[in-house]
Design a protein around this ligand. Structure first.
Ligand code: FNR
Length: 332
C-alpha cells in the first residue's frame, strides 16, 4: 500500500460498510477505511466465506450478526480500523483479518464516551507508552502496513512530539484529523496544525478535516503538504466527491448506494442509518422519504422506497435465491 497521492474514504461507524466503500471506490476513492470495530466484538467472530455473495464475513458466533464484510475486489485498498486499548487483543484481531485486507489501522481519535470509557479512541492520546506498545506489537507481527489515526492535541508542540513517537514505531503512515478532542464537527479543521505534523515527519501523513468538494483535496494537500487526503462527512453527503469530473446529483448517488446495499445484502438498519445521514444534509428526515424509511423492516422494503424492486428481484434470482429471497417471503 502506497500512501502517497491518495484520496481516501475515512472510517465511519455505521456508514463505512462494504456497500458504501464500494460506492466510494467506484467514484474514485483510492483507499477505503472500514468503520471502527472494537477488538472485543471482533474476537467473538468467526471467518466465513459467503459463496452466494462472494464475500468474506466475520460473523458473531452467538448472534450471527455480520460484524465485518469484505470482498476480493477491495482487498488491495480496504483498511480495517480497530478500537482497542490492549496490544495483545489488538494483535489477535489483526491476525484474524490480515489475509483479507490491505492495511490495519488503530483508532486514536474517537472522542465518544463509548470509546474513551474503555480506554480506546482519543483516550489513547494521553498514553504514549500504550500507543508504543500497541503499534510496535502490530509492526513486529504483521506483514501488512500498520497505521493509526489521531486528532490534534492541545498544543502544536504536544502533537508534534506524539507524532514523532508514533513515527518511531515504524508505522507506514499517520492520519491526522485537524481537530482537538474538545472541538465539535462544526468547528473548522485546523489545517495549519496538520502542516506542523507534516513538517516534522518523514512518513506519509494523511490529512483529514473539512473536505467537501473535489477541489478541496488538492487545496488541502497544498495547504498542509500532506501526502494524502481523507474525507468523511463530504463523502456521506455525496460519495461522488471523489470524481475528478465533478459531483453527481446527490439523489442519483443515493439510489446507487441502495443498489450497492442490495448487491452486498447489507444490514437493513445500517442501510437506513446511512440513507438518513445522506438525506439529513439536504432535506429533513421527517419528510415522507424519511418516514417511509423508518417503516422499512427489510432491504426489500428499502428497495421499494427507491423504485428498485425489480433490481432486488433480479439479483436474488441470479444468486439462486440466497438470503435475499427469505426477506421476500416475509413481504409477500
Ligand atoms: C466519524 N469519524 C470516525 N473516525 C474514526 O477514526 N473511526 C470511526 O469509526 C469514525 N466514525 C465516524 C462516523 C461518522 C458518521 C462521522 C461523520 C465521522 C471521524 C471521521 O473519520 C473524520 O475524522 C471526521 O469526520 C473529520 O473529517 P470530515 O468529516 O471533516 O471530512
Amino acid at each position: 500500500m502506497d500512501y502517497r497521492g491518495k484520496y481516501i474514504l475515512a472510517p465511519m461507524v455505521r456508514v463505512g460498510g462494504l456497500p458504501f466503500r464500494m460506492l466510494a471506490a467506484g467514484y474514485g476513492a483510492d483507499i477505503t477505511y472500514g468503520e471502527e470495530i472494537v477488538d472485543h466484538k471482533m474476537l467473538c467472530c468467526e471467518r466465513v466465506e459467503n459463496e452466494a455473495l462472494g464475500t468474506v464475513d466475520f460473523v458473531d458466533k452467538k448472534s450471527k450478526d455480520i460484524i465485518f464484510r469484505t470482498c476480493d475486489a477491495e482487498k488491495h485498498r480496504v483498511v480495517f480500523q480497530v478500537g482497542t486499548a490492549d496490544a495483545v487483543r489488538c494483535l489477535k484481531v489483526a491476525n484474524m483479518v490480515a489475509g483479507d485486507i490491505a492495511a490495519f489501522d488503530v483508532n486514536m481519535g474517537c472522542p465518544k464516551s463509548f470509546s474513551t470509557s474503555g480506554g480506546m479512541g482519543s483516550a489513547l492520546l494521553d498514553k504514549p507508552e500504550l500507543i508504543h506498545d500497541i503499534l510496535t506489537t502490530l509492526r513486529r507481527n504483521l506483514n501488512i502496513p500498520v497505521t493509526c489515526k489521531v486528532r490534534l492535541l492541545k498544543t502544536c508542540g504536544e502533537t508534534v512530539e506524539l507524532s514523532r513517537r508514533i513515527e518511531k514505531t515504524g508505522v507506514s503512515a499517520l492520519a491526522v484529523h485537524g481537530r482537538r478532542v474538545a472541538d465539535r464537527p462544526r468547528d473548522p479543521a485546523n489545517w495549519d496544525g496538520i502542516r506542523e505534523v507534516v513538517s516534522a515527519l518523514s512518513i506519509p501523513v494523511i490529512a483529514n478535516g473539512d473536505v467537501f468538494d473535489y477541489s478541496d483535496f488538492q487545496r488541502m494537500k497544498d495547504a498542509t503538504g500532506a501526502s494524502s487526503v481523507m474525507v468523511a462527512r463530504g463523502a456521506v453527503w455525496n460519495a461522488s466527491v471523489f470524481r475528478p469530473e465533478g459531483m453527481l446529483y446527490w439523489e442519483d448517488v443515493k439510489t446507487e448506494y441502495v443498489k450497492r446495499c442490495i448487491e452486498w445484502d447489507n444490514n437493513v438498519h445500517w442501510t437506513k442509518h446511512t440513507l438518513k445521514a445522506m438525506i439529513m444534509h439536504f432535506s429533513n428526515v421527517e419528510f415522507s422519504e424519511g418516514k417511509a424509511l423508518t417503516r422499512c423492516k427489510t432491504l426489500a422494503a428499502v428497495a421499494d422506497v427507491y423504485g428498485l424492486q425489480s433490481y432486488y428481484r433480479e439479483l436474488d434470482v441470479a444468486r439462486g435465491g440466497s438470503g435475499l429471497s427469505r426477506e421476500l417471503l416475509f413481504l409477500t
